[in-house]
Design a protein around this ligand. Structure first.
Ligand code: ADP
Length: 609
């Protein structure tokens, strides 16, 4: 049970830690790292970038000449029938009339035009294109990119809203218009454009993980505006393509992104093209649902628990290494199947579970080993003592019987020796009986006799038997009060129990002290106490004295013979009679053993007639 508790604790800590910001950050790094490791089969692209690079700017008189140059370029592209043209240049401001008119004309000529709108930096809303531009557009799409906290752009919000005005991402609009679709159908979990289902749930903010083209793929073609203007034939490259036009020049393109591939930062227009490709090629990466992650972590914890509970040594460690490997490989395997599985929940859970399971088992097994060793030692001691004790009556029996067989002796003497043999063999028999009894009592195999007897009779008999021992040590044996209560059960065993408490009280007390015996009625029970002024015990010792063969250090040093088995028998006897035993004791001050037993009438109703 405690083991399960330790594992549950490890699980909860690990899962909580992975949900904290640091855990999220680690998951993001792991995601980038796995993306870089993973080598997918190349996917095609139908996008192309019309780049306004440094050369194009310089050749056309800088930013001032840009709109004119762009309109000439777009006119050429319009003639070769591109699938769609997406602009990533904010067109909310006016330039000179001539340039604006030229651009408006170029837009009119362009089929499936997607114009950009961005959230203005000052928080006043959308920066929409000028009305004369907007009227030629098939769609207005937002080009607002939010990188993650670490500055890496991993995902794009397909939907952005400011107050009541909402815009779809221009990449998504590009896909829609290029496929001739009228609408984007929204469901809580997805967006549908024609037959293509984009897994972007409302709950996640319609986030799309951008599947960037890995560096080893052929890149999305980039044609500088200058080249298009210099060479008419270049325009053919745009035929049937989705064109993304935007700035790549350092001076113009402020929205540069670090991608998970960590190559040089990517211009915003290229990010849009990659996002478009993700949709067009349906290379979606979906997040694994939370319940799946939690279930996986539970699995790891259970596996770690089972491994260390059932296996040992190198087998357990090998299995644990497999669990750790599974936790770390799962995100990779999942990514290959288009699922983003966070690393940190599994990683922390596997490590914490394995370490706690291993530590727990290590200490638990050690503790058990130490305990069983101590038990064995005690048992050995007891056996040594017992065999030693048995030797005394055996020697007496052997010697006496030898005497009898060798020598003729007077009848009187012979009788005396026969008596001795008889009593010694009885002593031997009793010793063996006690040993067997304790085993049988513990195993619950012993049949208890049932008889009623007054507690006073039994106690008086025991006190009288123990008195000679007490006298020898000048210990006063006082009977404070004995009631009339009737007990029920095995009288012989009960006597054994009382007698044991009395002899212990005498054994473990110095001379000139007092042992007091008393009974007191407590409702349907009778409490029998034996109090001494002897060596006493501390609480730790009290907890152990009912174990077989346990003796306190002080008892060993006292020189009193003992096996440490008596109290374990007493406890068994009392328990079998439905009673209990309590001990109060303090080192150097004495002890009080109290047996509480049910009265005979409480056990079975008294006969009425
Ligand atoms: P034994 O007396 O043969 O050692 P018991 O099982 O009767 O075995 O007692 C176990 C141990 O409990 C004793 O060895 C002693 O250390 C301790 N003990 C029992 N009774 C007393 C007592 N009255 N005062 C102090 N210690 C006691």
């Amino acid at each position: 049970m405690a083991y399960a508790g330790v594992l549950a604790g490890a699980f909860v800590i690990a899962v909580t830690a992975s949900w904290l910001p640091l855990g999220k950050q680690i998951d993001d790094y792991a995601y980038d790292w796995i993306l870089r490791l993973y080598r997918p089969t190349p996917w095609p692209t139908d996008s192309i970038i019309l780049a306004i690079d440094e050369d194009s700017l310089r050749a056309n008189g800088g930013v001032m000449g840009l709109r004119k140059a762009l309109s000439s370029g777009l006119m050429r592209i319009a003639q070769v029938q591109p699938k769609a043209v997406v602009l990533d240049i904010i067109l909310a401001d006016r330039s000179d009339n001539e340039s604006d008119a030229a651009l408006a004309e170029a837009f009119r000529q362009t089929r499936n035009l997607v114009l950009p709108s961005d959230l203005s930096g000052d928080g006043t809303g959308w920066d929409d294109p000028l009305p004369e531009f907007e009227k030629s557009a098939a769609a207005i799409g937002h080009v607002h990119l939010d990188p993650d906290l670490d500055g890496v752009g991993r995902a794009l919000a397909l939907e952005k809203a400011f107050q009541q005005k909402r815009r779809w991402a221009s990449s998504l609009e590009a896909f829609r218009v290029s496929r001739g679709e009228k609408t984007i159908v929204e469901t809580p979990d997805e967006l549908e454009v024609g037959s293509v289902i984009v897994p972007a749930s409302n709950a996640s903010g319609r986030i799309l993980r951008i599947r960037y083209r890995p560096p080893e793929f052929a890149p999305i073609p980039v044609v500088p505006l200058k080249r298009l203007l210099d060479d008419r034939s270049v325009a053919n490259q745009f035929s049937g393509k989705v064109v993304f036009a935007g700035a790549t020049a350092q001076t113009l393109a402020k929205d540069r992104w670090i991608t998970p591939y960590r190559s040089t930062p990517m211009a915003g227009v290229e990010v849009l093209a990659n996002a478009y490709d993700t949709i067009a090629q349906q290379r979606f990466l979906e997040n694994a649902p939370d319940w799946m992650v939690v279930l996986f972590c539970i699995g790891l914890t259970v596996a770690a628990g089972v491994v260390y509970a059932w296996l040992g040594g190198w087998r357990a460690n090998t299995a644990a290494a497999t669990i750790l490997a599974a936790a770390m490989l799962t995100p990779y395997v999942a990514l290959a199947r288009g699922v983003v599985f966070p690393l940190s929940p599994g990683f922390w859970t596997a490590w914490l579970s394995v370490v706690s399971a291993a530590a727990w088992q290590h200490f638990y097994v050690r503790r058990r080993l130490v305990k069983s060793e101590a038990e064995r030692e005690r048992y050995q001691h007891a056996m040594q003592f017992v065999t030693h004790e048995m030797r005394t009556p055996l020697t007496a029996i052997q010697g006496s019987s030898e005497l009898m067989s060798r020598y003729a002796m007077p009848e009187e003497k012979r009788k005396q020796i026969a008596q001795l043999i008889h009593s010694e063999s009885k002593r031997l028999g009793r010793m063996i009986q006690v040993f067997l009894d304790v085993e049988r009592l513990t195993a619950g195999e012993m049949e208890l006799k049932k008889e009623n007897f007054p507690v006073r009779d039994v106690m008086t008999a025991c006190v009288e038997r123990a008195r000679p021992l007490a006298d020898r040590k000048q210990i006063r044996m006082t009977v404070a009060y004995l009631g009339e209560e009737i007990l029920s059960g095995d009288r012989e065993l009960m006597e054994y129990a009382f007698y044991n408490l009395l002899t212990n009280a005498v054994k473990y007390s110095p001379s000139n002290t007092e042992v007091t015996v008393s009974t007191i009625r407590e409702g349907d029970q009778c409490a029998i106490s034996v109090r001494d002024q002897g060596i006493g015990m501390d609480q730790k010792e009290v907890r152990k004295i009912f174990q077989k063969f346990y003796r306190t250090k002080k008892a060993e040093q006292s020189g009193e013979a003992g096996t440490g088995i008596g109290l374990s028998i007493v406890e068994q006897i009392v328990l079998q009679h439905g009673g209990r035993i309590d001990v109060e004791s303090a080192p150097g001050e004495g002890s009080c053993f109290t047996l509480t037993l049910p009265l005979a009438h409480a056990l079975k109703p008294l006969a009425t007639n």
